[in-house]
Design a protein around this ligand. Sequence first.
Ligand code: SF4
Ligand code: SF4
Length: 115
Amino acid sequence: MPEKGWRELPIGGKILQGGNSVEYETGSWRTYRPVVDKAKCINCMRCWLLCPDSAIYAEGEEMAGYDYMHCKGCGICEEICPVDAIEMVLESEKDKIPADERGVKAIEEAREKAK
Ligand code: SF4
Ligand code: SF4
């Protein structure tokens, strides 16, 4: 998104258009990122319901990882998960965790368990 000069901003810095939060990369605020262990997750969807940034993907009735462009790392999902399936990992240590680009680990194990 090109940066605007102060003369181009609306008076009072008002947001004149609805539905524009998707353009803001709130994920860049993050210090910790959530990672989910699908072998523990029971797909209760509490994290999806309570995430203030709608940054949790759902596929059908399954929790399917994180939208890291919008997840700001508040940790609410970790706090409310009833089975401790979510871990908050320091951004600088994210490469040490074996998770996919959506922060999902043990997906194969979870699929085997569901059979
Ligand atoms: S850490 Fe916060 S913003 Fe990120 S997915 Fe969890 S509840 Fe949403
Ligand atoms: S709150 Fe925990 S168990 Fe429930 S869907 Fe989210 S990760 Fe899975």
